[in-house]
Design a protein around this ligand. Structure first.
Ligand code: PMP
Length: 461
């Protein structure tokens, strides 16, 4: 019997899963005891689970299903490409149509002179590429001592050893002896949690200047690059104060440091432009992309680099590559996804319709007694839960306790929100309609009511 065609009862799937499947970012013994939720189908912004519940996917999967679920065109293109050429590599002086065409399309879409693409299967691999790329770049420029990459605490750049080192997630560093040498971290522009008595703008500038201080401390001749997400995603949708990015850009320019914008989440329309760099006025030398590139329909990512970086790297053999770099099926799916995004004006929909509507409705959540700040850019948004709005105080309970309770309630109420500590975050598919945004915000309000009731009853408030 084909288990994919004849779906067994939920408990049977959960039993198989519990016995054999190790989940990412999960305490697996705890999950096995409880049973994973089984998602069986999805259309538009709506998921269906194996018990028939319909859930509004406020997270677009993992921030990736930008054009929404169920687009037949992508299935068609994948099937056609599998029949024509399911696989070939791009290593030994060969190429194929999907990889060449996608690279060219990305060069058109990417800002400035970001005209060259090195493909990977996802964001982590692409960031690993970036580590090697920037070090080789400086070596070829006769500055082999420029190797250090500066990143930020609470950044997320992926889960491979290199990418997790670039990231600034303390719990990740605590497992397996990270970060690798040559990666250092400065503070994040999270005014809500760390801004103290400063205004957001003062704080944004202060946090940007940590970059300049770190460069001075290390010596400019040792620093290869600075990497950052235009908006920290997994860190909690931390939208930086307006003063932050202009100052970072100034510092990178002044000190001859390559700027890597990790656009894995912010790319492909999420902030109301094709790239977050455009929304925040950043001029990166390298952009990391993945996720929305194929709307998650196929695993693909890459590094989009400037003419200058490509020219320098091109002088040598870059001894680096993945079996699936530029995978033809993934590349064909990505091309079709980009075609749909452009023809249907999905980026404009975010900028002119859905983003402004979400901004208005999401801001209302700040009136809720449990919510401190409620911020959004394009279609990514967060709220900070707090027992005391005025002082921006954290809860007495261990960080994340309330957020976790809130997330569980949210799922049960038919809305996928994610928690990062005690921040609740959303990033729905970009095709979400104003009516669906209303549903999302109304459900979120109810979820906060239920959370407040529960934590009050449990003495956590
Ligand atoms: N960079 C950022 C900004 C991300 O958000 C992620 C994934 N959440 C990654 C890199 C890693 O991408 P992947 O999971 O595709 O390896």
């Amino acid at each position: 019997m084909n288990i994919l065609l004849n779906q067994p009862p939920t408990a049977d799937i959960q039993a198989l899963d519990a016995a054999h499947h190790m989940h990412p970012f999960t305490a697996n013994a705890e999950l096995a005891a409880k049973g994973a939720r089984v998602i069986t189908r999805a259309r538009g912004v709506w998921l269906t689970d194996s018990d028939g519940n319909r859930i509004l996917d406020g997270m677009a999967g993992l921030w990736c299903v930008n054009i929404g679920y169920g687009r037949e065109e992508l299935a068609e293109v994948a099937a056609r490409q599998m029949r024509e050429l399911p696989y070939y590599n791009t290593f030994f002086q060969t190429t194929h149509v999907p990889a060449a065409a996608l690279a060219a399309r990305l060069a058109e879409l990417a800002p400035g002179d970001l005209n060259h693409v090195f493909f990977a299967s996802g964001g982590s691999e692409a960031n690993d590429t970036n580590i090697r790329l920037v070090r080789l770049y400086w070596a070829l420029k006769g500055k082999p001592e420029k190797t250090v990459i500066i990143s930020r605490r609470n950044a997320y750049h992926g889960s491979t050893v290199g990418a997790a080192s670039l990231g600034g997630m303390a719990p990740m560093h605590a497992q397996g002896g990270l970060p690798i040498p040559g990666v250092v971290h400065i503070g994040q522009p999270d005014w809500w949690s760390e801004g103290g008595d400063m205004t957001p703008d003062e704080f944004g500038r202060a946090r940007a200047r940590e970059l300049e201080e770190k460069i001075a401390e290390l010596g400019e001749d040792r620093v290869a690059a600075f990497i950052a997400e235009p908006v920290q995603g997994a860190g909690g949708v931390i939208i930086p104060p307006e003063s932050y990015w202009p100052e970072i850009q100034r510092i990178c320019d002044a000190h001859d440091i390559l700027l890597i914008a990790d656009e894995v989440i912010t790319g492909f329309g999420r902030t109301g432009n094709w790239f977050g760099s455009q929304t925040f006025g950043i001029r990166p030398d390298i952009m990391t992309v993945a996720k929305g590139l194929s709307s998650g329909y196929a695993p693909i990512g890459g590094s989009i680099v400037s003419d200058e970086v490509a020219e320098v790297i091109g002088q040598a053999e870059f001894v680096h590559g993945y079996t699936y770099s530029g995978h033809p099926v993934a590349a064909a799916v990505a091309l079709e996804n980009l075609r749909i995004m452009e023809e249907e004006g999905i980026v404009e929909h975010v900028r002119e319709v859905a983003g402004p509507h979400l901004a208005r409705r999401w801001a209302e959540l700040a009136e809720h007694p449990l919510v401190g700040e409620a911020k959004s850019v394009g279609l990514m948004a967060s709220v900070a839960l707090t027992p005391d709005k005025a002082s921006r105080a954290p809860f007495a309970a261990e960080k994340g306790t309330v957020g976790y309770i809130c997330r569980e309630i949210s799922f049960a109420e038919g809305l996928v929100m994610r928690h990062v500590g005690d921040r609740m975050i959303i990033a729905p598919p970009l095709v979400i309609t104003p009516d669906e945004i209303d549903t999302l915000v109304e459900r979120a309000w109810r979820v906060f009511d239920l959370t407040l009731a529960k934590i009050t009853a449990e003495g956590l408030m």
